[in-house]
Design a protein around this ligand. Structure first.
Ligand code: MN
Length: 546
């Protein structure tokens, strides 16, 4: 392949070519027609960017994929942003060179930034791109209406909210280019893949309240003032629109709209998470009963089987991470038949998993004791748990940034000189993407908290090559007295008493754990079989006597 790419460079009089994993919606969705990154490099992960010149071939991946990329590919691998970012590397190494790229796979904002830095980007026509990376045609996914019993607001009402934004900004129309946003506004979903059940369309909303799919011929927008989110729009779309219309960079209004769940959505997600809590409690019971014969892949199977008992289950919201021992030190580990480990091989098992149900998307993580944890593991587990509780107990007001939540979750680890490399939490879609922005629970998050936001609380600790710990619940913000926000916990799944050092807990933390575990007894226990109740006792038991 590399020879073909280099021949292509000479034929096209280019010095370099960029190959990304993104589809033409800038997403990581992976239909067969966008297999170019793995074709070029051999690397099969879900995100990455490669640059090929006549004498260099480099691959940029994030920390979850560094190891995998080095195994799968013979490219020089850079970890982003620890080593460098692709943009910085390009600016440093390729100034003055002609760099070919596919304008449907880079954002208008990124292209503008590169041009500012005097990087010579050359568009490669779709036809030429396909000659270089021959693609199979993918099947059209089945699209269906997402009922208002689940989403709680009609398309008409959502369009009216967009029209308000248009009037305020004196725009004639807005072009939505992100599948999540289009699916949200049109109340449509598809069966494309279970972890991203969106429709792959772009949408125009006019300020008179009419709307339509963005057609190939965009003359309908001639001379109109249109809003577009440059960071979320492929250069190919931007250019087409720019030829006919006056375009203005304007934040995608659906991002904020969908980040606040309405009352119907809130009730639905409460039900989905209650069902999911039962699934996980039954799963934990199953692990206790079958430690000796379970492995990472069979954990995944069991979870799917338990979820399938709900008629609303449409598949997992992401690939389950069932990670034994050192596998858990990689936050996005995915078991393969080659890597598959048996559960009883190490002291700890980490399971991060979620379902996509018609009434909501779920995401949770527990780390459980399989046998003989070390004192260090217990100390780290307790520190992560204290951080989880601290976040859950944080007093929050409407309009606060998530800074304090993030700092509270990290404080006990940081006081001990360690930390974790990812955000403490992420927004969660409503039968949409499991990672949704806003909000992001991070020190630098720019988005204030509001009532109706749904996000994860997932502090962690990773010791490379040895083990990993992560404890994740889902939180819904609800308006409290005055200006306060109540952080409503949505998941009822035991923490593992066998991994807690009681002496490290304050009275307040013990009270939180007691009431949380009482919640499990009230809400989940009655629906478990006698054997299941008995099996998860070792996790729960101890909290009764705190
Ligand atoms: Mn999560």
């Amino acid at each position: 392949m590399i020879d073909q790419i280099r021949r292509f460079l000479s034929d096209q009089k280019l010095d370099a070519v960029l190959v990304t994993r993104t589809d033409c919606f800038l997403g990581e969705y992976y239909p067969p027609e966008h297999r170019q990154l793995s074709q070029a490099t051999g690397f099969s992960g879900s995100a990455g960017l490669a640059v090929v010149t006549q004498d260099q071939k480099v691959l940029f991946v994030d920390s979850r994929y560094t190891e995998q990329a080095k195994i799968e590919s013979d490219y020089q691998v850079f970890e982003v942003p620890r080593d460098t970012t692709p943009s910085d590397w390009i600016i440093k190494n390729l100034k003055g060179k002609k760099i070919g790229y596919n304008p449907w796979q880079r954002s208008a904002q990124w292209v503008a930034l590169m041009k500012q830095k005097e990087i010579d980007l050359q568009e490669i026509a779709w036809q030429k791109w396909q000659e270089l990376f021959p693609q199979e045609k993918s099947k059209k996914p089945k699209v269906f209406r997402y009922d208002t019993t689940y989403c709680g607001e009609t398309t008409r009402a959502k369009i009216q909210r967009v029209v308000k934004v248009l009037k305020k900004k004196e725009l004639d129309a807005y072009v939505f280019t992100v599948p999540d946003s289009v699916s949200y506004i049109l109340n449509k979903r598809s069966s494309a893949v279970s972890d991203y059940p969106v429709v792959f369309e772009r949408l125009i909303v006019f300020n008179d309240g009419t709307y339509r799919e963005l057609p190939a011929d965009v003359s309908v927008l001639k001379n109109k003032a249109i809003g577009l989110d440059f960071a979320l729009t492929p250069m190919g779309v931007y250019k087409k629109l720019k030829q006919v219309a006056k375009i203005v960079d304007c934040e995608d209004p659906a991002e904020k709209m969908k980040s606040v769940k309405n009352a119907v959505e809130q009730n639905n997600i409460r039900q989905a998470t209650l069902f999911e809590s039962k699934v996980i409690c039954r799963f934990l019971a199953f692990v206790e009963q079958n430690k000796e014969r379970l492995d990472e892949l069979s954990c995944d199977q069991k979870l799917k089987e338990l979820r399938s008992e709900s008629p609303l289950y449409r598949g997992d919201s992401f690939d389950t991470i069932a990670a034994v021992g050192e596998h858990a030190a990689r936050p996005h580990y995915k078991a393969t038949p080659q890597s598959n480990k048996s559960v009883s091989e190490a002291p700890l098992l980490l399971v991060d998993t979620g379902g996509n149900y018609l009434n909501g998307t779920t995401d949770m993580t527990r780390t459980i004791c399989i046998r003989n944890p070390t004192d260090e593991m217990k100390k780290r587990y307790t520190q992560v748990l204290k951080g989880h509780i601290a976040l859950a107990m944080t007093a929050v007001q409407e309009g606060d940034l998530p800074t304090q939540l993030d700092q509270n979750a990290r404080q006990f680890l940081r006081a001990d000189g360690v930390d974790y490399g990812h955000s403490t939490g992420h927004g969660i879609g409503m039968y949409l993407a499991v990672h949704e922005t806003p909000p992001t629970i991070h020190e630098k998050s720019p988005t204030p908290l509001k009532a109706g936001m749904l996000f994860s609380n997932e502090p962690a600790y990773y010791k490379a090559g040895e083990y990993g710990i992560r404890l994740e619940n889902m939180i819904l913000t609800v308006a409290g007295p005055g200006n306060t926000l109540i952080l409503e916990n949505l998941l009822w799944i035991p923490f593992d008493s066998r991994l807690v050092i009681t002496e490290m807990l304050t009275e307040g933390e013990k009270e939180w754990l007691r009431s949380y575990h009482r919640g499990i007894l009230d809400r989940i226990y009655p629906d478990l079989s006698a054997e299941e109740q008995e099996a998860i006792k070792p996790l729960l038991d101890f909290f009764m006597f705190l």
